[in-house]
Design a protein around this ligand. Structure first.
Ligand SMILES: Nc1ncnc2c1ncn2[C@@H]1O[C@H](COP(=O)(O)OP(=O)(O)OP(=O)(O)O)[C@@H](O)[C@H]1O
Ligand SMILES: [Mg+2]
Length: 208
């Protein structure tokens, strides 16, 4: 079993988008998967409620009151963190996670906030034990702002493990409780490509 925590105290950076798309990817490949929605807003569980019956199943768990356990058959768990997470919660979540993904938007404010978050994590000897990767979301690669972020992160030794495009595909998919992998391939082939390195990094030693 592998637990993937998607976290960033900055609101609106793509935590729920990454959670739901990653879960639907596993579901499509028939890997038993659960989402633990830690956010009292429950956006991931709302997404799951929109999901039609013919789509591959995803187990939804309300983790907003601290529940982190999943049914025994589950092989992948994606945890969608709320924007506000206390240090005590973070400790517990990082400890239980195998992989942490931090989505970052390409704006100076978001990048500075992410830099502070990463610096706080790295200062903490317990938090920094977990495998952490940043995901550039709504990305326009090779822009100056991203180059600055990459340079900064390289110094901190936190890898940038994924770049997801800014596209309506994510919004259209979410309307129906789908991930982009479940949409017509001709619409989303570019986006599916962007997930390949990210999923490879997450899976690391595992074969799906
Ligand atoms: N790559 C993308 N392309 C286009 N729109 C996106 C992309 N990623 C996220 N969005 C949109 O941006 C908005 C915020 O994304 P999302 O809800 O995933 O962020 P969040 O980090 O979970 O927010 P919160 O902190 O409020 O929980 C949503 O409307 C989502 O559809
Ligand atoms: Mg969210």
């Amino acid at each position: 079993m592998k637990k993937i925590l998607v976290v960033n105290p900055k609101g609106g950076c793509g935590k729920t988008t990454i959670t739901t798309n990653l879960a639907s990817y596993y579901a499509l490949w028939e890997v038993p998967v659960a989402i633990i929605d830690l956010d009292p807003q429950q956006s991931s569980l709302e997404w799951l409620n929109q999901r039609r019956d013919h789509l591959s199943p995803i187990t939804g768990i309300d983790g907003s009151k601290g529940k982190l356990s999943t049914p025994p058959d589950i092989q992948r768990v994606v945890l969608d963190a709320p924007a506000r997470t206390t240090m005590t919660q973070l400790r517990k979540l990082f400890e239980s996670a195998d992989v942490v993904l931090i989505p970052v938007l390409p704006s100076p404010i978001d990048i500075r906030a992410a830099a502070r978050f990463v610096a706080d994590i790295l200062k903490d000897k317990d938090l920094r034990k977990t495998r952490i990767g940043l995901v550039a979301n709504r990305a326009r690669e090779n822009t100056l702002i991203y180059n600055n972020l990459e340079t900064f992160l390289n110094k901190l030794k936190i890898p940038m493990v994924g770049h997801l495009r800014d596209t309506q595909n994510y919004i259209r998919a979410a309307e129906n409780g789908q991930g982009i992998f479940e949409m017509a391939p001709y619409l989303v082939d570019k986006d599916m490509e962007t997930w390949k390195p990210l999923i490879q990094w997450i899976e690391n030693d595992h074969k799906l």
